[in-house]
Design a protein around this ligand. Structure first.
Ligand SMILES: [Fe+2]
Ligand SMILES: [Fe+2]
Length: 289
């Protein structure tokens, strides 16, 4: 690797986020589509394009019906993926089942599947928004206390924070808002009251890619590995269309000041146009860091 590439990698944080895998146990009928084949495609695509990532976060709805065999298949499938990994859960998951059969489960001191990783001047917080039996998940006081303590550390250490969770917290002005994160204001208050410099919040659950803000914090959602829904805004009625693609994972890239969220499509991407129409798109330069 060239010296300039080493310098870049020492400073530029890259996180792959894969969400809403909705895997099912081998041999059982997949929900609406073959989510296993799609997850294979995601791992293959990300290995080729982002094998240099610092972290891959699997952001909930790992399985569709929380069968032990589905979690074990998930572990087998990602075993060869050459990027450090961490997992959190969604409303389709079962925390007890996951913890009983996962190969590398990590929890906070209260048994929630929450992680913190300090990488390249950033504090990456992966939050467990799942709550047993609650479609909208939630953050009861013990979870919020953990979040507050991690962000206090981030602030003390001068780290920039990136927060990743399953349930989308921000209103999208779509029907999904009726089952977005429960009581999002409680989590938002902890994030803002921490005084930490939060560069980005990323979530799944809503099966649509979006960018915007949540109470003033930058907030993006990812379509994920399952079906994608169309933007279905207030004033519409009738059927909200669902699409097979694009299936997407997210790539967060941050230099500690500028933080971008990219949407990588690995199923249902449109065909590339004739390269002759874009002669400048060959051997392009990147901005100097
Ligand atoms: Fe989902
Ligand atoms: Fe979900």
């Amino acid at each position: 690797m060239k010296t300039s590439e080493n310098a870049k990698n020492a400073r530029l944080l890259k996180i792959v986020v894969m969400n809403d895998l909705h895997l099912v146990a081998p041999g059982t009928a997949a929900p609406r589509m073959d989510t296993t084949a799609r997850f294979e495609a995601a791992l293959r695509n990300a290995s080729e394009r982002h094998g240099d990532a610092d972290l891959c976060v699997f952001a909930g709805d790992i399985t569709d019906q929380a069968e032990p065999d589905a979690y074990q298949m998930f572990d087998r499938m990602r075993a060869g993926f050459p990027v450090p990994q961490c997992v959190t859960l969604g409303n389709h998951d079962d925390r007890n089942v996951y913890l009983s059969c996962s190969q590398d489960a990590e929890t906070d001191s209260n048994g929630h599947v929450q992680w913190r990783r300090d990488i390249k001047g950033h504090c990456v917080l992966v939050l467990d928004s799942s709550e047993p039996g609650e479609e909208r998940g939630g953050f009861p006081p013990l979870k919020l206390a953990w979040v507050a303590s991690q962000l206090a550390d981030a602030r003390r250490l001068g780290l920039k924070a990136i927060v990743i969770l399953h349930h989308n917290p921000a209103a999208l002005q779509m029907p999904v808002d009726t089952y977005r994160l429960a009581a999002p204001g409680e989590l938002l208050a902890v994030l803002k009251d921490s005084g930490a410099d939060i560069l980005q919040v990323v979530a799944g659950h809503c099966h649509i890619s979006s960018a915007g803000s949540w109470g003033g914090l930058p907030c993006a959602t990812l379509a994920g590995n399952h079906h994608r829904v169309e933007p279905f805004l207030r004033g519409r009625n009738g059927r909200q269309e669902c699409y097979e693609g694009p299936a997407q994972y997210g790539v967060i890239v941050s230099n500690g000041s500028d933080c971008a969220v990219h949407f990588e499509s690995y199923v249902g991407e449109a065909e590339p146009m004739d390269g002759a129409l874009f002669p400048k798109k060959v051997d392009q330069r990147f901005e100097e860091l």
